[in-house]
Design a protein. Sequence first.
Length: 281
Amino acid sequence: MSDLSFDGYAPTWCPGCGDWGIRVGIKSALEQLGFDPSTLFISFDIGCSGNMNDFINGYAMHGLHGRSIPTAVGMKCAHHDMNTIVIGGDGGIYGEGGNHFLHACRGNHDITVIVHDNMVYGLTTGQVAPTAKKGFKSKSTPQGIIEVPVNPLALAITQGASFVAQGFAGDARSLIEIIKAAVTHKGFSLVNILQPCVTFNKINTYQYYLKNTYKLPEDYKSGDKKEAIAKSMEVHEEKYPLGILYREEKPVYHENIPQLEAPLVTRARFTDFEPFTSSFV
């Protein structure tokens, strides 16, 4: 994996944005895993996170807002050996794309979803996002949001994801190890990253997370689903566990579909359409 800073260009993120730390985490993880760019496909969602699209040396594309997950699922169904990653924000993944997220967990599709969770829509200047706490004020909710926040960790665990982890953009070293574990896991992997938005979120700052996060202990058993759910619910106490909350080994989606036993890219091309079209001509 080559350097991401091509010819002096860099993503247009605000100075101090948590996206910079996430960029370091992803780039370093892929480099340390030794991935060849030709074996990597990344589906980017729309938003600040998507500005990384031009700075990773691999196959990459933007999905429509909220549609980055099905794009990745399509790639994995067609090409099982392609390392397939989704990078998006809390709005695109848990908001517009919430339905896709839920069903990708259920199917245990063999993809890794990395979410920049800053609780706002940063690129469109700070509207409230699905993970924002009840009462959070923004230009779209000046009196405070009335809904309760989405709990992505609990949702992923209960809906069938086989790898669920949480990192912090301010701790790149730990984030690298989490991402490496997620990418090499066979099955649906979620890495929710707590990412301060220094411009539009003055509550969930670096100082806030340094105070309210903690690393899971070394003897934590990530195979215990009940314990993982209990840890995911600590968000209501403003406690944020960092590390791998849940991990299990089970068949992935394409392994359960006989028609997908062989990747689509390896099959001979079908060119004789005449029997199917003759009745319409």
